[in-house]
Ligand binder design. Structure first.
Ligand SMILES: *Cc1c(COP(=O)(O)O)cnc(C)c1O
Length: 236
């Protein structure tokens, strides 16, 4: 895709977010846009930065480490979230490069993040990923498993981990009701946990991608993760 489209796409997506917020009776400042740059070269990220965008998401640690050290050095305002499944042996690199890890799906991963953060004396934001749709594979399987991890954080076991939110991927389907149901489930979990664990800074609800972010905003998303609608189709 031509670099010149990125500016226009960003403008369009931001306009869509604004109108979805308006429709839902929400303030547009309540919803952040995470621009998902996976499989797109550093020049695309740089082009987005040129247009005033600084919040990015990447799936893979290796790709993040190839692109972002340089980008971050040139553009100190960049904030990077890791949103893909994370293997334990990649955690060291992940905590070095990222400002937030959204795809935490097991307690052993929290423990490894804590261990690596303690070594470099860094606090890191974390979201817990929840499996809410039949077709998505990753994430905590149900509320019980999720709460166990939340409680683990709330009990002070991982002082370098700042548990800030929940993340989900809706099922890949055209069925709007199924997508909505998935987002509603996450929102319900979020509300319950916020009420019960008031000591945690649980503020972020990361849900919504290129095809469903308007629905996610209607259902209470505070962060939409949009790749294709900004950077174009990925060439795998
Ligand atoms: C790739 C990806 C996105 C962005 O998907 P698009 O459909 O390109 O907007 C969002 N979230 C996660 C977890 C992803 O892996």
């Amino acid at each position: 895709m031509a670099l010149s489209n990125i500016s226009e796409n960003l403008r369009k997506v931001k306009e869509q977010i604004r109108s979805a917020c308006l429709e839902a009776g929400r303030n547009e400042n309540e919803v952040k846009l995470l621009a998902v740059s996976k499989f797109h070269p550093a020049e695309c990220v740089q082009e987005a930065v040129k247009n005033g965008h600084f919040l990015f998401g990447e799936n893979r640690v290796q790709e993040s480490c190839a692109k972002f050290p340089d980008l971050k050095e040139k553009n100190p305002g960049i904030v990077l979230h890791i949103i893909g499944q994370l293997q334990t042996n990649k955690v060291k690199k992940a905590v070095e490069i990222a400002d937030c890890i959204e795809s935490v799906d097991r307690i052993s991963l929290l423990q490894e993040i804590e261990k690596q953060c303690a070594k470099i004396n860094k606090n890191i934001k974390v979201y817990l990923e929840v499996h809410t749709g039949e077709e998505s594979k990753s994430g905590f399987a149900d509320f019980e498993a999720l709460e166990e991890a939340v409680k683990y954080c709330a009990d002070g076991n991982v002082p370098h981990v700042v548990l800030s939110g929940l993340m989900t991927m809706a099922p890949l389907t055209e069925d709007e009701q199924m997508i909505r149901k998935s987002f509603r489930t996450l929102k319900e979990y979020f509300t319950q946990l916020k009420t019960k664990y008031t000591q945690l800074p649980l503020t972020e609800l990361s849900m919504g991608m290129s095809n469903d972010y308007r629905i996610a905003i209607q259902e209470g998303s505070t962060e939409v993760r949009v790749g294709t609608a900004i950077f174009g189709q990925r060439e795998y």
